[in-house]
Design a protein around this ligand. Structure first.
Ligand code: ASP
Length: 345
């Protein structure tokens, strides 16, 4: 396997990795990306050709919006043929959301798009930024028989490359900030770079890249909690233009059996709102019908999110809604793995 000679586009959207402390307030804010490169002279030692791109105004990823997703996708699409791989520097707070939605926006990807960032700014003595950035570039640049080894949207953090749409940010304090409980990591950085080949996405090279840039954000994420009240629930479902609800249920997909609760859900589904059952547990899968507390959901046509993450369910819905699929078709498509985001059973 060669770690040599790839042409890599490094895109900076913002995030801690390129932030400095404001002298006035002490708060972290994004700074000029050129300085980021000055801080990592090691980048020059890599055998890859690296070109950098900065978003006009680098942002904290908490401020990211669907227009930014479209902007990122359009920028990568515009230079897709000119580079072998894309490394996207991004704030860690919403990195899993961006990785997820990008995985749906890029259909038939044959090159890597790897998102990375850091918990500590690049200028900090104990920073995790250098390792994250350098190894992301090395993994992005890996080739076998002239083709990229990674051919999907990945997320690299603290020695592990994950499938992006399987990740969740779990920890604000540890350098290992992300987890992918329902899917094994794609590669590990130890003394050697170890690729988990059996976990990589299989690719059909005969199909052209399609970049889906139309997204619909009219989605509500609703986390179940025992004290949820009727008025609150009904109010949320009355949100204007609501097209889909990601219902974060308990355990293996369970929720209340109160009449007002089931009636609101049933009416919503009848009116054309898509309701997805996603477990609020970090590992494992929804199994509708296993308990009485999910049987009614199954019968009224709630969509089975299986072991998808909430971040990925949102990305998948934003991508699917503009396709104006019929209710049953959207259900079937949602319950099918499109980009390796859910297990097939
Ligand atoms: N607030 C920052 C962001 O998500 C945190 C980070 O970069 O890790 O942009």
């Amino acid at each position: 396997m060669k770690v040599k000679g790839s042409k890599i586009a490094l895109l900076y959207t913002g995030g801690t990795i390129g932030m400095i402390k404001s002298e006035k307030t002490g708060a972290l804010r994004a700074f000029n990306f050129d300085l980021l490169l000055q801080k990592i002279p090691e980048l020059k030692l890599l055998e890859h050709e690296i070109e950098t791109f900065t978003f006009d105004t680098p942002i904290d990823s908490s401020n990211i919006d669907i227009l930014d997703y479209t902007r990122i996708a359009a920028q990568i699409e515009a230079i897709y043929d000119d580079y072998d791989a894309f490394v996207l520097l991004h704030g860690s707070d919403t990195m899993s959301y961006t990785a997820s939605v990008l995985s749906f926006m890029f259909e038939n990807l044959t090159k890597p798009i790897i998102l990375t960032g850091s918990q500590l700014p690049i200028g900090d003595l104990r920073t995790d930024a250098k390792e994250n950035l350098i190894t992301s570039i090395q993994l992005a640049g890996l080739k076998k028989d002239g083709k990229s080894v990674i051919r999907e949207v990945g997320l690299y953090f603290e020695y592990k490359l994950y499938r992006g749409n399987r990740t969740t940010k779990l920890n604000t304090d540890h350098f290992q900030a992300f987890s992918s409980i329902n899917y094994p990591y794609l590669a590990e950085s130890a003394v050697h770079l170890k690729v988990n080949f059996s976990a990589l996405k299989k690719i059909n090279y005969s199909q052209d890249l399609i970049v889906h840039k139309q997204l619909d954000p009219n989605i509500l994420v609703l986390k179940m909690y025992p004290a949820l009240q009727q008025t609150t629930f009904e109010h949320m479902f009355a949100t204007p233009n609501l097209k889909a609800v990601v219902l974060e249920t308990f355990g293996s997909g369970n929720s209340k059996t109160d009449e007002w609760y089931l009636k609101t859900l049933e009416q919503a589904i009848e009116s054309g709102i898509h309701v997805i059952n996603v477990t609020q547990c970090k590992g494992g899968s929804v199994e509708m019908g296993k308990y009485e507390t999910s049987q009614a959901l199954l019968e009224m046509g709630v969509i089975n999110g299986k072991d998808i993450t909430t971040e990925s369910a949102l990305g998948k819905l934003m991508y699917l809604l503009p396709k104006n699929l019929q209710k049953e078709v959207l259900k079937t498509v949602f319950e099918t793995s499109l980009r390796g985001e859910m297990s097939s059973n």
